[in-house]
Design a protein around this ligand. Structure first.
Ligand code: WQD
Length: 337
Protein backbone atom coordinates (compact mmCIF):
# COMPACT_ATOMS: atom_id res chain seq x y z
CA UNK A 1 0.00 0.00 0.00
CA UNK A 2 1.45 3.40 -0.97
CA UNK A 3 1.13 7.00 0.21
CA UNK A 4 0.71 9.72 -2.42
CA UNK A 5 2.65 12.93 -1.66
CA UNK A 6 1.52 15.90 -3.76
CA UNK A 7 4.11 18.69 -4.04
CA UNK A 8 6.74 16.26 -2.76
CA UNK A 9 9.65 18.12 -4.41
CA UNK A 10 8.90 21.32 -2.49
CA UNK A 11 10.53 22.57 0.71
CA UNK A 12 8.19 20.93 3.23
CA UNK A 13 7.23 18.10 0.86
CA UNK A 14 10.82 16.93 0.24
CA UNK A 15 11.72 16.86 3.94
CA UNK A 16 8.51 14.95 4.66
CA UNK A 17 9.38 12.45 1.89
CA UNK A 18 12.71 11.81 3.68
CA UNK A 19 10.97 11.11 6.99
CA UNK A 20 8.25 9.00 5.34
CA UNK A 21 10.85 6.86 3.50
CA UNK A 22 12.85 6.52 6.72
CA UNK A 23 9.65 5.33 8.41
CA UNK A 24 9.33 2.58 5.78
CA UNK A 25 6.45 3.92 3.67
CA UNK A 26 6.20 3.32 -0.11
CA UNK A 27 5.84 6.74 -1.76
CA UNK A 28 4.26 7.96 -4.97
CA UNK A 29 5.25 11.62 -5.50
CA UNK A 30 3.64 14.13 -7.87
CA UNK A 31 5.07 17.61 -8.51
CA UNK A 32 4.98 20.06 -11.45
CA UNK A 33 8.21 21.86 -10.38
CA UNK A 34 6.40 25.23 -10.33
CA UNK A 35 8.22 26.03 -7.07
CA UNK A 36 10.87 23.29 -6.85
CA UNK A 37 13.68 21.66 -8.83
CA UNK A 38 13.87 18.15 -10.41
CA UNK A 39 17.14 17.16 -8.71
CA UNK A 40 15.40 17.26 -5.32
CA UNK A 41 13.84 13.86 -6.13
CA UNK A 42 17.30 12.31 -6.60
CA UNK A 43 18.56 14.03 -3.43
CA UNK A 44 15.68 12.58 -1.37
CA UNK A 45 16.66 9.10 -2.60
CA UNK A 46 20.38 9.77 -2.00
CA UNK A 47 19.72 10.88 1.61
CA UNK A 48 17.54 7.86 2.44
CA UNK A 49 19.07 5.19 0.21
CA UNK A 50 15.49 4.36 -0.80
CA UNK A 51 13.54 4.82 -4.03
CA UNK A 52 10.18 6.43 -4.74
CA UNK A 53 7.88 6.59 -7.77
CA UNK A 54 7.70 10.08 -9.29
CA UNK A 55 5.24 11.71 -11.70
CA UNK A 56 5.88 15.20 -13.11
CA UNK A 57 2.30 16.45 -13.32
CA UNK A 58 -0.18 19.02 -12.02
CA UNK A 59 -3.26 18.27 -9.92
CA UNK A 60 -5.18 20.50 -12.35
CA UNK A 61 -5.02 17.46 -14.70
CA UNK A 62 -7.75 15.25 -13.21
CA UNK A 63 -7.18 12.49 -15.78
CA UNK A 64 -3.55 12.25 -14.68
CA UNK A 65 -4.56 11.91 -11.02
CA UNK A 66 -6.99 9.17 -12.06
CA UNK A 67 -4.21 7.35 -13.93
CA UNK A 68 -1.93 7.49 -10.90
CA UNK A 69 -4.65 6.08 -8.64
CA UNK A 70 -5.41 3.33 -11.16
CA UNK A 71 -1.69 2.44 -11.45
CA UNK A 72 -1.01 2.17 -7.73
CA UNK A 73 -2.65 0.89 -4.55
CA UNK A 74 -2.78 4.19 -2.66
CA UNK A 75 -4.21 4.17 0.88
CA UNK A 76 -3.43 7.74 2.01
CA UNK A 77 -2.44 11.15 0.69
CA UNK A 78 -0.29 13.96 2.10
CA UNK A 79 -1.31 17.04 0.11
CA UNK A 80 1.27 19.86 -0.12
CA UNK A 81 0.87 21.04 -3.71
CA UNK A 82 -0.20 24.72 -3.67
CA UNK A 83 1.05 28.23 -4.33
CA UNK A 84 2.18 29.76 -1.01
CA UNK A 85 3.47 33.34 -1.36
CA UNK A 86 1.29 35.78 0.60
CA UNK A 87 2.33 38.88 -1.35
CA UNK A 88 1.88 37.19 -4.73
CA UNK A 89 -1.58 35.97 -3.67
CA UNK A 90 -2.64 39.58 -3.05
CA UNK A 91 -1.48 40.57 -6.55
CA UNK A 92 -2.89 37.45 -8.31
CA UNK A 93 -5.87 36.16 -6.28
CA UNK A 94 -7.50 34.30 -9.20
CA UNK A 95 -4.32 32.33 -9.85
CA UNK A 96 -4.26 31.31 -6.19
CA UNK A 97 -7.96 30.38 -5.97
CA UNK A 98 -7.86 28.42 -9.23
CA UNK A 99 -4.66 26.54 -8.45
CA UNK A 100 -5.05 25.87 -4.74
CA UNK A 101 -8.79 25.12 -4.71
CA UNK A 102 -9.24 23.25 -8.02
CA UNK A 103 -6.18 21.08 -7.28
CA UNK A 104 -7.71 20.02 -3.99
CA UNK A 105 -11.20 19.50 -5.44
CA UNK A 106 -9.74 17.30 -8.20
CA UNK A 107 -7.67 15.31 -5.71
CA UNK A 108 -10.60 14.70 -3.33
CA UNK A 109 -12.89 13.68 -6.21
CA UNK A 110 -10.44 11.01 -7.38
CA UNK A 111 -9.69 9.89 -3.82
CA UNK A 112 -13.43 9.36 -3.32
CA UNK A 113 -13.71 7.48 -6.64
CA UNK A 114 -11.03 5.03 -5.48
CA UNK A 115 -12.29 4.82 -1.90
CA UNK A 116 -9.19 6.52 -0.43
CA UNK A 117 -10.26 8.59 2.59
CA UNK A 118 -7.04 9.16 4.58
CA UNK A 119 -5.73 12.68 4.02
CA UNK A 120 -3.13 14.95 5.66
CA UNK A 121 -3.63 18.50 4.41
CA UNK A 122 -0.95 21.20 4.41
CA UNK A 123 -2.72 24.17 6.00
CA UNK A 124 -1.07 27.18 7.66
CA UNK A 125 -1.14 29.37 10.76
CA UNK A 126 -1.97 32.16 8.36
CA UNK A 127 -5.62 31.05 8.73
CA UNK A 128 -5.61 32.73 12.16
CA UNK A 129 -4.88 36.19 10.76
CA UNK A 130 -4.15 38.64 13.58
CA UNK A 131 -4.88 36.63 16.75
CA UNK A 132 -6.65 38.17 19.78
CA UNK A 133 -4.24 36.36 22.07
CA UNK A 134 -1.15 34.17 22.05
CA UNK A 135 -0.28 31.36 22.28
CA UNK A 136 -2.71 30.44 19.51
CA UNK A 137 -4.85 27.30 19.99
CA UNK A 138 -6.82 25.41 17.33
CA UNK A 139 -9.98 26.97 18.78
CA UNK A 140 -8.73 30.49 17.94
CA UNK A 141 -11.04 32.10 15.33
CA UNK A 142 -10.10 31.57 11.68
CA UNK A 143 -9.82 34.93 9.94
CA UNK A 144 -7.25 34.83 7.22
CA UNK A 145 -6.32 38.24 5.80
CA UNK A 146 -4.93 37.38 2.35
CA UNK A 147 -5.98 35.22 -0.63
CA UNK A 148 -3.33 32.58 0.16
CA UNK A 149 -4.65 32.26 3.70
CA UNK A 150 -8.23 32.30 2.40
CA UNK A 151 -7.48 29.30 0.14
CA UNK A 152 -6.22 27.38 3.18
CA UNK A 153 -9.22 28.38 5.30
CA UNK A 154 -11.67 27.53 2.48
CA UNK A 155 -10.00 24.17 1.91
CA UNK A 156 -10.32 23.32 5.59
CA UNK A 157 -14.05 24.10 5.28
CA UNK A 158 -14.34 21.93 2.15
CA UNK A 159 -12.71 19.05 4.03
CA UNK A 160 -15.11 19.50 6.98
CA UNK A 161 -18.06 19.34 4.54
CA UNK A 162 -16.60 16.24 2.89
CA UNK A 163 -16.53 14.41 6.22
CA UNK A 164 -20.12 15.48 6.98
CA UNK A 165 -21.15 14.00 3.60
CA UNK A 166 -19.23 10.76 4.18
CA UNK A 167 -17.94 9.75 7.64
CA UNK A 168 -15.38 7.46 6.04
CA UNK A 169 -13.09 10.48 5.60
CA UNK A 170 -10.15 10.73 8.00
CA UNK A 171 -8.44 14.10 7.69
CA UNK A 172 -5.76 16.06 9.58
CA UNK A 173 -5.27 19.72 8.61
CA UNK A 174 -1.82 20.80 9.80
CA UNK A 175 -1.41 24.52 10.57
CA UNK A 176 2.29 25.32 10.26
CA UNK A 177 3.86 28.27 11.99
CA UNK A 178 7.21 29.39 10.52
CA UNK A 179 9.11 26.45 8.99
CA UNK A 180 12.87 27.08 8.62
CA UNK A 181 16.10 25.07 8.50
CA UNK A 182 17.19 22.18 6.31
CA UNK A 183 18.05 18.49 6.43
CA UNK A 184 21.36 17.96 8.28
CA UNK A 185 22.98 16.59 5.09
CA UNK A 186 22.85 20.01 3.42
CA UNK A 187 21.40 18.27 0.34
CA UNK A 188 17.87 19.68 0.55
CA UNK A 189 16.50 22.91 2.01
CA UNK A 190 14.46 26.03 1.34
CA UNK A 191 15.24 27.15 -2.21
CA UNK A 192 13.12 30.22 -3.01
CA UNK A 193 13.25 31.50 -6.58
CA UNK A 194 14.35 35.15 -6.81
CA UNK A 195 14.52 37.45 -3.80
CA UNK A 196 13.27 35.58 -0.70
CA UNK A 197 10.06 36.84 0.94
CA UNK A 198 10.73 35.10 4.25
CA UNK A 199 13.18 36.12 6.96
CA UNK A 200 15.55 33.15 7.27
CA UNK A 201 16.38 32.55 3.60
CA UNK A 202 16.90 36.31 3.31
CA UNK A 203 19.26 36.43 6.31
CA UNK A 204 21.08 33.37 4.93
CA UNK A 205 21.67 35.09 1.58
CA UNK A 206 22.94 38.23 3.36
CA UNK A 207 25.38 36.04 5.32
CA UNK A 208 26.59 34.41 2.09
CA UNK A 209 27.04 37.80 0.40
CA UNK A 210 24.31 37.13 -2.18
CA UNK A 211 22.27 40.06 -0.79
CA UNK A 212 23.80 43.27 0.64
CA UNK A 213 21.71 43.69 3.79
CA UNK A 214 18.47 42.69 5.51
CA UNK A 215 15.51 45.09 5.58
CA UNK A 216 13.88 44.81 8.99
CA UNK A 217 10.17 45.54 8.49
CA UNK A 218 9.50 47.66 11.58
CA UNK A 219 11.21 47.94 14.96
CA UNK A 220 8.30 49.70 16.67
CA UNK A 221 6.10 46.70 17.50
CA UNK A 222 4.96 46.11 21.10
CA UNK A 223 7.64 43.45 21.64
CA UNK A 224 10.76 43.17 23.78
CA UNK A 225 13.02 44.63 21.09
CA UNK A 226 10.41 46.21 18.78
CA UNK A 227 10.67 43.59 16.01
CA UNK A 228 8.16 40.92 15.02
CA UNK A 229 8.00 37.67 16.99
CA UNK A 230 7.29 34.31 15.30
CA UNK A 231 7.23 30.61 16.16
CA UNK A 232 10.09 29.23 14.04
CA UNK A 233 10.00 25.43 13.71
CA UNK A 234 12.74 23.20 12.28
CA UNK A 235 11.65 21.68 8.97
CA UNK A 236 12.63 18.20 10.22
CA UNK A 237 10.35 18.59 13.25
CA UNK A 238 7.61 19.66 10.87
CA UNK A 239 8.31 16.62 8.68
CA UNK A 240 8.07 14.23 11.63
CA UNK A 241 4.77 15.88 12.54
CA UNK A 242 3.43 14.80 9.15
CA UNK A 243 4.44 11.17 9.75
CA UNK A 244 2.63 11.25 13.09
CA UNK A 245 -0.44 12.87 11.49
CA UNK A 246 -0.49 10.18 8.80
CA UNK A 247 -0.34 7.45 11.43
CA UNK A 248 -3.25 9.20 13.18
CA UNK A 249 -5.52 9.39 10.12
CA UNK A 250 -4.81 5.73 9.29
CA UNK A 251 -6.45 4.63 12.55
CA UNK A 252 -9.26 7.18 12.99
CA UNK A 253 -12.06 8.91 11.08
CA UNK A 254 -13.11 12.55 11.33
CA UNK A 255 -11.51 15.91 10.62
CA UNK A 256 -9.02 17.52 13.01
CA UNK A 257 -6.78 20.60 12.81
CA UNK A 258 -3.40 20.66 14.55
CA UNK A 259 -0.97 23.51 15.22
CA UNK A 260 2.59 22.47 14.34
CA UNK A 261 4.82 24.91 16.19
CA UNK A 262 7.32 24.92 19.05
CA UNK A 263 5.20 27.08 21.37
CA UNK A 264 8.10 29.56 21.62
CA UNK A 265 8.40 32.96 19.91
CA UNK A 266 11.60 34.66 18.75
CA UNK A 267 12.14 38.18 17.39
CA UNK A 268 13.92 39.24 14.21
CA UNK A 269 16.90 40.55 16.21
CA UNK A 270 17.15 37.25 18.09
CA UNK A 271 17.27 35.35 14.79
CA UNK A 272 19.94 37.72 13.46
CA UNK A 273 22.05 37.21 16.61
CA UNK A 274 21.87 33.40 16.37
CA UNK A 275 22.57 33.41 12.65
CA UNK A 276 25.68 35.58 13.22
CA UNK A 277 26.86 33.03 15.80
CA UNK A 278 26.49 30.02 13.48
CA UNK A 279 27.77 31.70 10.31
CA UNK A 280 30.41 33.90 11.97
CA UNK A 281 29.26 36.59 9.52
CA UNK A 282 27.87 40.03 10.32
CA UNK A 283 24.30 40.46 9.13
CA UNK A 284 24.00 44.08 8.02
CA UNK A 285 20.48 45.46 8.28
CA UNK A 286 18.41 48.58 7.73
CA UNK A 287 15.21 49.43 9.58
CA UNK A 288 12.28 49.95 7.21
CA UNK A 289 8.57 50.64 7.58
CA UNK A 290 6.31 47.82 8.75
CA UNK A 291 5.29 45.37 5.98
CA UNK A 292 1.53 45.66 5.24
CA UNK A 293 -0.36 42.73 6.75
CA UNK A 294 2.38 41.80 9.23
CA UNK A 295 1.36 41.12 12.82
CA UNK A 296 3.47 41.78 15.91
CA UNK A 297 3.43 38.42 17.66
CA UNK A 298 2.44 34.93 16.53
CA UNK A 299 3.30 31.64 18.23
CA UNK A 300 1.54 28.34 18.76
CA UNK A 301 0.00 26.39 21.59
CA UNK A 302 1.07 22.96 20.24
CA UNK A 303 -0.43 20.95 23.12
CA UNK A 304 -3.14 19.31 20.98
CA UNK A 305 -0.55 17.87 18.57
CA UNK A 306 1.66 16.96 21.55
CA UNK A 307 -1.12 14.89 23.12
CA UNK A 308 -3.16 13.56 20.18
CA UNK A 309 -0.30 12.97 17.72
CA UNK A 310 2.31 12.18 20.40
CA UNK A 311 4.52 14.70 18.58
CA UNK A 312 6.58 17.68 19.72
CA UNK A 313 9.27 19.86 18.17
CA UNK A 314 12.72 18.83 19.41
CA UNK A 315 15.14 21.32 17.76
CA UNK A 316 15.90 24.91 18.86
CA UNK A 317 16.70 28.04 16.87
CA UNK A 318 20.48 27.43 17.01
CA UNK A 319 20.09 24.11 15.16
CA UNK A 320 17.58 25.71 12.76
CA UNK A 321 20.10 28.42 11.85
CA UNK A 322 23.04 25.98 11.75
CA UNK A 323 21.26 23.69 9.30
CA UNK A 324 20.09 26.67 7.21
CA UNK A 325 23.68 27.89 6.94
CA UNK A 326 25.00 24.43 6.02
CA UNK A 327 22.39 24.21 3.23
CA UNK A 328 23.26 27.74 2.05
CA UNK A 329 27.00 27.05 1.90
CA UNK A 330 26.87 23.44 0.62
CA UNK A 331 23.81 23.02 -1.59
CA UNK A 332 25.52 24.39 -4.71
CA UNK A 333 28.54 22.15 -4.22
CA UNK A 334 26.79 18.89 -3.35
CA UNK A 335 26.84 16.63 -6.41
CA UNK A 336 24.29 13.88 -6.65
CA UNK A 337 26.81 11.21 -7.68
C1 WQD B 1 8.89 36.74 9.78
C2 WQD B 1 9.26 38.02 10.50
C3 WQD B 1 8.65 40.01 9.30
C4 WQD B 1 11.39 39.26 5.96
C5 WQD B 1 4.95 33.82 6.26
C6 WQD B 1 3.59 33.61 5.68
C7 WQD B 1 2.94 32.42 6.33
C8 WQD B 1 3.84 31.22 6.26
C9 WQD B 1 5.21 31.53 6.83
C10 WQD B 1 3.07 29.81 4.46
C11 WQD B 1 8.18 39.09 10.43
C12 WQD B 1 10.17 39.90 9.42
C13 WQD B 1 10.69 39.15 7.14
C14 WQD B 1 12.29 40.33 5.78
C15 WQD B 1 11.76 41.11 7.99
N1 WQD B 1 3.94 30.76 4.93
N2 WQD B 1 10.88 40.06 8.14
N3 WQD B 1 12.45 41.23 6.82
O1 WQD B 1 5.25 36.65 7.48
O2 WQD B 1 5.54 35.35 9.68
O3 WQD B 1 4.84 34.15 7.61
O4 WQD B 1 5.73 32.66 6.13
O5 WQD B 1 2.26 29.17 5.09
O6 WQD B 1 1.74 32.17 5.65
O7 WQD B 1 2.82 34.76 5.98
O8 WQD B 1 7.16 35.00 7.81
O9 WQD B 1 9.57 35.08 7.37
O10 WQD B 1 8.03 36.61 6.04
O11 WQD B 1 8.46 37.09 8.45
O12 WQD B 1 11.92 41.96 8.91
O13 WQD B 1 12.97 40.50 4.71
O14 WQD B 1 10.42 38.59 9.88
O15 WQD B 1 8.22 41.36 9.50
O16 WQD B 1 8.19 39.80 11.66
P1 WQD B 1 5.66 35.41 8.19
P2 WQD B 1 8.35 35.94 7.32
Amino acid sequence: MAVLITGGAGYIGSHTCVEMLNAGYELIVIDNFSNSKPDVIERIQKITGKTLTFYEATLLDKEMIDTIFSNHEINAVIHFAAYKAVGESVEKPLMYYQNNLISTLNLCEIMDKYGVYNLVFSSSATVYGNPDRVPITEESPLRATNPYGHTKQMTEQILQDLFISNPMWSIASLRYFNPIGAHESGLIGEDPTGIPNNLLPYISQVASGKLPHLNIFGDDYETNDGTGIRDYIHIMDLASGHVKALEHVLVTTGVEAFNLGTGKGHSVFEMIDVFEQVSKKQIKYSIQERRPGDIAVCFADPSKANHVLQWSAKRGIYEMCKDTWKWQTQSGKQLIR
